[in-house]
Structures are given as structure tokens and as C-alpha cells.
Write a protein that binds this ligand. Structure first.
Ligand SMILES: Nc1ncnc2c1ncn2[C@@H]1O[C@H](COP(=O)(O)OP(=O)(O)O)[C@@H](O)[C@H]1O
Ligand SMILES: [Mg+2]
Length: 306
């Protein structure tokens, strides 16, 4: 199977600072590919070079077999780029906004209703874009990017600044796009978003890609232990240490935590002594992967702001 996107040695410099440093990856047709990293990692720069909006200083990009730079108008019709929500035309309703896009692409007007329904905004069709919530505006901007049935959709931090309910609505939209066989490239600094939506994730930091794999495989390779959390008085610390598979025990006012890499054995041993009440299991996450690769939390962004 040929790739939808091939990136090789892609590099961008500003003055003498390399902000994207010779990165390589490919994205398969129909794949949802995530670029996960903190603020300033180089995600937007990477995305915009692939979209043909910024000129690379080195390396090559191929999108659907064509080079996006210099600008290729045939290619532009085959990709969808989410507008910044602030780019809407003021005082138009959601449906009018979409009609400007159907006109622009010369697609039937009826397509506007279709994409509005796809992003869950059918009820807001006649509402002024200025009256939409942040989450609704994000979904409308995705609808605008989908009008012309693009083969590849690019989303740059689509859930930034959204509350949890709006984020989950947005995830449903991305999943519906995926189910149409559209290739999706999404950037995010939320590890749960990458874990939920992406087939594969590139972990990016300071212009470099540190790892690329499925979320499950990234976590598995990390060999992070599982934490079995019990009520603090569930058993003595000494008894906890002797549970099969347990490597260490942490104890505080909130929980007795058994750290294990053989969770199944440990849980079975807990069951055998009748201590499963209130058990919570916490496995490794992409956040743990990021911390292991960089020594920092994904949330630690202040130091990265240029
Ligand atoms: N036009 C520009 N001129 C100078 N520096 C830039 C420009 N655009 C981005 N940068 C710098 O490049 C780095 C990566 O930025 P960006 O791609 O926006 O990261 P991200 O999207 O991961 O937050 C940042 O340090 C940023 O300040
Ligand atoms: Mg960005």
C-alpha cells in the first residue's frame, strides 16, 4: 500500500534556530496519524509545511504523490485544512458560512447541510457564527474543511481550549471522518486525545520526533508498571509486599498502591486473599512515555514558550 503522506528529512529553521529538525514519517491511506508534543515542539510548523503553507528549508514532502511546495492547486482540492475558528466571516449563520465554502469549491449547495449534520450542528444551522460556543465553532471549521470531500484532513490542535464535553463531541466528529476512509493528521498536546483517536502517534519535542508507533505499542515498549490501588487500610504494607508479582508498595492517606509488571498474577493473588474491594487499576499512558523520553511532563510548557 502506498502512503498518503511521506515526509523525509523535513527541516525548518528560523534565523539560526532549527525548529523542525530533519524529521521522517509516513502516513498510510485512511490512517489517523497524531503528532503529540508540548507547545513549541514544532507541530504547527510541520503541519503547515505538509499543507504547503510554509516552505521547508530541507527535506521532502509528498502528499498523495505530489509535492505541496511550490503550491499545487490540484493538490489543494484533495486536502482539507481546518480554518482557525477566528477566520469565519462575521454576521453569517453557520449554514451561510458553509455556502460560501460550497461556492468556493463549486460543490452542490446541498453539501452544506450534509457536512453540518456530520459535525452535529444541524440544529445550529441558522445561528450566527458569533453566537456559537467554542466547541461549535471548532466543529463548524471542520465542516468547512470537509465540504469538498478531501482525501486528507489536517487538524491543528482542534480541541485546544475546549471543555471536556466539547472535546468528546469533537472526538466523535473526528471518528466519523475516519469512518469515511479519510486520512487524518492531527496535532495535539493532550495525550488522552492521541490515545483515543490515533492509529499511530509521533511524539515530538524540540523539533525532533522521539518515537512513532501505535499508542498501545508505545506504552508497551515503555514497560511501565501497572499500579493497583486499594483503600489505604485494605491490608498491611507487609502483606501487600508479599502479594505475587508486587515490586514495591506505596502508602499514603488516599491509597495503598501495589506496583507490579505482572498485573494478572497480582490481581489473582489479591482475589485469593479476598482483597479486591475498591481496587483501581492504572496502566501506563502516553504521558508516561513522554516523561520517559524527555524527562518532562507534557503539561510543562512554560519553559518552551519562545
Ligand atoms: N514565523 C516564525 N518565526 C520565528 N519562529 C517561529 C515562527 N513560527 C514558529 N516559530 C518557532 O518555532 C518553534 C515551533 O513552533 P510551532 O511549530 O508553532 O510549535 P507547536 O505548534 O508545537 O506549538 C517555536 O519555538 C516557535 O516560537
Ligand atoms: Mg501549534
Amino acid at each position: 500500500m502506498s502512503s498518503a503522506i511521506e515526509v523525509a528529512g523535513l527541516t525548518k529553521r528560523y534565523d539560526d534556530r532549527t525548529v523542525v529538525d530533519a524529521i521522517d514519517f509516513s502516513v498510510g491511506h485512511g490512517e489517523c496519524f497524531g503528532i503529540l508534543g508540548p507547545n513549541g515542539a514544532g507541530k504547527t510548523t510541520t503541519l503547515e509545511m505538509i499543507e504547503g503553507l510554509r516552505r521547508p528549508d530541507g527535506g521532502s514532502v509528498s502528499v498523495l504523490g505530489s509535492s505541496p511546495w511550490p503550491r499545487d492547486t490540484t493538490l489543494l482540492r484533495r486536502i482539507g485544512v481546518q480554518l482557525q475558528a477566528s477566520a469565519f466571516i462575521e454576521h453569517l449563520s453557520a449554514i451561510q458560512q458553509l455556502h460560501t465554502v460550497t461556492d468556493l469549491y463549486g460543490v452542490p449547495t446541498a453539501r452544506a447541510v450534509e457536512v453540518l449534520a456530520q459535525v452535529g450542528l444541524a440544529d445550529a444551522a441558522d445561528r450566527d457564527v458569533d453566537a456559537l460556543s467554542g466547541g461549535q465553532r471548532q466543529r463548524l471549521s471542520i465542516a468547512c474543511a470537509l465540504v469538498h470531500h478531501p482525501e486528507v484532513l489536517f487538524l491543528d490542535e482542534p480541541s485546544a481550549g475546549l471543555d471536556p464535553v466539547s472535546r468528546h463531541n469533537l472526538w466523535d466528529v473526528v471518528r466519523s471522518v475516519r469512518s469515511d476512509d479519510t486520512t487524518v493528521v492531527i496535532t495535539t498536546h493532550h495525550m488522552d486525545e492521541a490515545e483515543q483517536l490515533c492509529d499511530r502517534v509521533a511524539i515530538m519535542d524540540r523539533g525532533e520526533i522521539l518515537a512513532i508507533d501505535t499508542p498501545a505499542e508505545l506504552v508497551r515498549q515503555l514497560d511501565a508498571p501497572t499500579r493497583l490501588m486499594l483503600p489505604p487500610d485494605a491490608m498491611s504494607i507487609d502483606d501487600a509486599r508479599h502479594i505475587d508479582g508486587v515490586e514495591s508498595v506505596e502508602h499514603d492517606a488516599g491509597a495503598l498502591t501495589l506496583v507490579t509488571r505482572r498485573a494478572a498474577d497480582s490481581i489473582q493473588a489479591l482475589a485469593a486473599v479476598g482483597s479486591l474491594d475498591g481496587l483501581q487499576v492504572r496502566s501506563g499512558t502516553l504521558e508516561d512515555v513522554f516523561i520517559t523520553l524527555t524527562g518532562r511532563h507534557l503539561g510543562d510548557q512554560a519553559e518552551e514558550t519562545a
